[in-house]
Structure formats: structure tokens, C-alpha cells
Design a protein around this ligand. Sequence first.
Ligand code: AMP
Length: 221
Amino acid sequence: MSPANILTLALSKGRIFEETLPLLEAAGVEVKDDPESSRKLILETSRPDLRIIIVRATDVPTYVQYGAADFGIAGRDVLYEHTASHPGGLYQPIDLNIARCRLCVAVREGFDYHAAVRQGSRLRVATKYIRAAREHFAEKGVHVDLIKLYGSMELAPLVGLADAIVDLVSTGNTLKANNLVAVEDVADISSRMIVNRAALKTRGLLLRPFLDAFSRASTEA
Ligand code: AMP
């Protein structure tokens, strides 16, 4: 558990951290370190009652669920996979509308995905997002063998590991650089605030002002 009078917020480096900074600012909080240049994993803030821990995006729900962080910010993609193995464990009060992107099916340029689907071919699909991919293809009645990867999904169709990938697409630059094209949307993604259920009960007085400020700042943005 985090110390009794200090709140712990779990964030991941990169887009989520950067897009959370303005929300923290709106709540009157300045972060004292930059996780891109510092190796510190616990960052102090201008508020003595709030610290930030830097963890992998996929670990944010785990830290919050077990109470090592009181609250955190995680993408809908990550939360969907996490709740498959931990249903009902997290309170998700606010869609912050940050780190927006799309979860897409993508293939090599020149691969006729729609023809393959029409012909009922069995497709090999590489992804980090097994649950989202399984449900997407099941709904469409497409037969797939899913291959779990942990990163660099774009490589899989290029070296014959898979016919397609399910991955996040923001600008589309990564797909383009690897001669891949998006052929189908799976879901719109943005990041949500998640809160430890026990912390909400026992430390609600500390937490509420932050939840309210984040909520106001994200709807105003
Ligand atoms: P882009 O080239 O802008 O389309 O970004 C695609 C790459 O960034 C892929 O490797 C994605 O996995 C990753 N990515 C894009 N948006 C996000 C996001 N909101 N959160 C985490 N990763 C992302």
C-alpha cells in the first residue's frame, strides 16, 4: 500500500505521461522529474501528498488493482486485456480523452484481406491484444489463429509470421514505413482514469479533488 497520507498515481512513459501533464497542471500539480531523462521510477511532485510511479503501460492496472498505486491512467486497449483475467477489479470513473488512437487490423500492401475473408481462409494474426482480436474476428465469423507478441507487431507480416496484425494506429506512419495498410477498425482507443476500489473508500477525501480536477480538465480540453 502507498503511505497513508500520500497518494500514488501510476503512469507509463511516452504519450500517456505527456498528455497527462496538462491534466496534472490543471489540478495544480507540477512533476519534478522527466521520466525520459531521469532513471527514477518514483517521481515527486510539487504536492507533498502526491507522487507518481512510472511503470509499463500494461502493468498500470496491476499496480492499481493491488493498491500499490491508488489511481492510474491506462489505455482502453490495455484495460480490455487486463479485465479479461481480472474482471471487476478496477473502478474506471473517467474517460480522459487522451492518447487517442485506433485499434486496427493491418496487412502487407498487396495482400487482399477482404478476399481472404470472403473465401473463408484461416488467417494467422499476430497481436498483443488477444482478447480484443479474438472477439473482433469471432463477431465477424473470420477463422483466425492468434499469435501473441509483446511488441514490434509490424514485423510479423513482413517476415511471414502472420497474415495480419491487430495493433494501435495513430498517425499511420509506422504502418506506412513498413509497407502495411490498415484494412479494418477494431475499436477507438483513449485513456481512462482507473482507481483502486479500497482507496476510493478509505482515501476518498484525498482522491476526490484529483478525480474532479482531471475530469474537468479532460472535458474542457
Ligand atoms: P503511428 O505511427 O503514429 O500510427 O503509431 C503507431 C505506433 O505507435 C504503433 O507501434 C503503436 O503500437 C504505437 N501507438 C500509437 N498510438 C498509441 C497509443 N495511444 N498508446 C500506445 N501506443 C501507441
